[in-house]
Structure formats: C-alpha cells, structure tokens
Design a protein. Structure first.
Length: 307
C-alpha cells in the first residue's frame, strides 16, 4: 500500500477515535452517578487490559522489554493526564473543559517543532486557531474566565500533547501494537487502583446503578480498549499535527452525544462552531499544489497514450 494511502487511512481511523471519544463526557457522567472517580479509571483500564490479553493471547509471544517500557511510559502519561482532568472537572464545566483541552491543536505542532525539529506548515497554525474558535463557540458560554479547573485541564492538554507525540514516536518501534496498548492500560489501571486505595474511595457494588454500569461498559470497551488501540495503530502513519486537529472533532461528537443522550440544546452557535472545526480540518488536509500536479499528471498520461 502506498504511504500516502496509509496516511489517509490512518487519519480516517483517528476520526473514528474522535467519534468514540465524543461519547466520553456523557458516559463518564453516567458512570460517576454511583462509582467514585479513581475506581472508574481503575476498572476501565484494568478490564480493558485483561480483555485484550485474553482476546489477543497469541501476541504475548512477541513480548520484549522495549514494548513493556514504551507501554508503561504511555500508561503513566494516560494516568497523569486523565487524573488531572478528573480533578479539574470538579472545578469547571465539561463544556469549558473541552474547549481548554483542544488547545492541543496548537501545542502539538509547537512541541513537534521544538523537540523533533519538524516545522509545521503555516496552514496548520491557521487551522488550529480556526479550530479553537469553533470549539469556543461549541463549548463556552458568556463567562470566559479561566478557573483552577481550567488550569488543570490545560495541564492535561500539555500531557496529552506529549502522549500524541510519544505514541507517534514509539508505535513504529514495537513489534506488537496490541501488547503496547495492553501495557498502557495495565499501567494506568494499577496506578489508578493504588490512588483509589490511598484516597480511601469507597466502591459499593450493590449501589451501582444500571446507568453507571452501562457508562463503565462504554468507557472500558469502546473508549479504552478499542479507541486507544486504534490510536496506537493509526499514529504509526498519521502526522501528529494533523492528528491533533482531527482529534478536535471529539468536541463535535461530544456535543451531539450530549444532545441525544443528555438533553442538551444544540443551537445555531453550536452549528457555526461545528462548521468552523470542519473548515479547519479540511484546510489542513487540502493540498491544492498536489491536486494541480495530479491533474497535470493525468493530462500528460492521456496525451502520451495517443502516440
């Protein structure tokens, strides 16, 4: 398969990940009704790791120290980032948090430039600003002040940006992306379990509601096992800066999930916000020079075939 086609398929896979992650806020809200925060993280990551270990048991033949080290590193980033996010959510709203979090559309290309000497195209920055404007319309209300919770979310955006770059760096180096994912989940899950025990969070199984149960099922199977594994595989070819922009559509799918499942209003301002995000992503992906070159190439081929 051509490299360009692999890149395109990988970036479409990242769009699927964003779609799945769009349901996170609603699913997490359902889960938090009767399950403490760090127990949610422990359950979703440990169960996802164990499920994938059983389903892909043949992959364990490929286990090496490198995979364990890389997987544990990403797992630590997962635990740190989502832990800070959950703390921040107690001091801000999900809507504002989704806006602050999407600042990674600017942070990722800047980090890639600083640490990997890969200067992003100017259109990436323009698209990033457009994307932030779109998410702002989608998420924010009239009060635009940043709180402690927003500051925590900005820290999470930084951690997530590092995660995106590290996954792009590590995924081509490991022999098994499945094991790479499993060790991410188990590391994040065990650390979450330890924190739940240290903070003495109490989980009473008998009081877990049906809504919380289905929330944790979604978070475990779709949000964690499926989405993070697809991310690990897709980022072997997807470009980090474009990945960050594509992942910003999570806010669109989140707004739609909130509309259909949580009864939130989807008004004209949110529609304009969604449109700006789509324009930002299209402008980042669109390459007029390549399109013109492709047309010239086809024209040349047609002329050559007449002789």
């Amino acid at each position: 398969m051509e490299v360009s086609k692999k890149v395109w398929l990988s970036e479409m896979a990242m769009l699927l990940v964003a779609m799945i992650w769009g349901g996170t806020f609603v699913a997490a809200q359902f889960a938090q009704e009767t399950i403490p925060t760090f127990w949610i993280l422990a359950i979703r990551f440990i169960l996802a790791g164990l499920m994938m270990s059983l389903v892909f048991w043949k992959e364990w033949k490929k286990l090496d120290k490198k995979t364990i080290r890389y997987g544990a590193t990403i797992g630590l980033l997962l635990f740190s980032g989502i832990g800070v996010q959950m703390v921040g959510l107690q001091f801000t709203t999900p809507a504002k948090q989704s806006f602050v979090l999407v600042s990674y559309v600017i942070i990722v290309p800047l980090m890639e430039w600083a640490f990997y000497k890969k200067k992003p195209a100017k259109k990436i920055f323009v698209s990033g600003v457009l994307c932030l404007m779109g998410v702002g319309l989608l998420s924010l209300n009239d009060q635009l002040r940043l709180s402690f919770g927003d500051a925590c979310t900005l820290v999470y955006a930084l951690v997530f940006s590092v995660q995106v770059l590290k996954v792009a760096d590590y995924s081509p180096r490991v022999d098994s992306l499945i094991l790479f994912s499993i060790f991410q989940f188990l590391t994040a899950g065990v650390l979450s379990l330890l924190l739940a025990l240290i903070t003495r969070e109490v989980l009473v199984v008998e009081t877990v509601s049906k809504t919380s149960f289905w929330g944790i099922v979604y978070l475990t199977i779709f949000n964690t096992a499926l989405a993070f594994t697809i991310q690990n595989m897709a980022q072997k070819y997807a470009r980090p800066a474009n990945t960050a922009l594509i992942m910003a559509t999570e806010s669109i799918f989140g707004a739609l999930a909130a509309y259909f499942f949580a009864g939130e209003i989807f008004d004209l301002r949110k529609i304009v916000g969604c449109s700006l995000i789509f324009i930002a992503i299209f402008s980042a992906q669109f390459n007029p020079k390549a399109l013109v070159a492709g047309k010239k190439g086809k024209k040349h081929d047609r002329q050559a075939s007449t002789f």
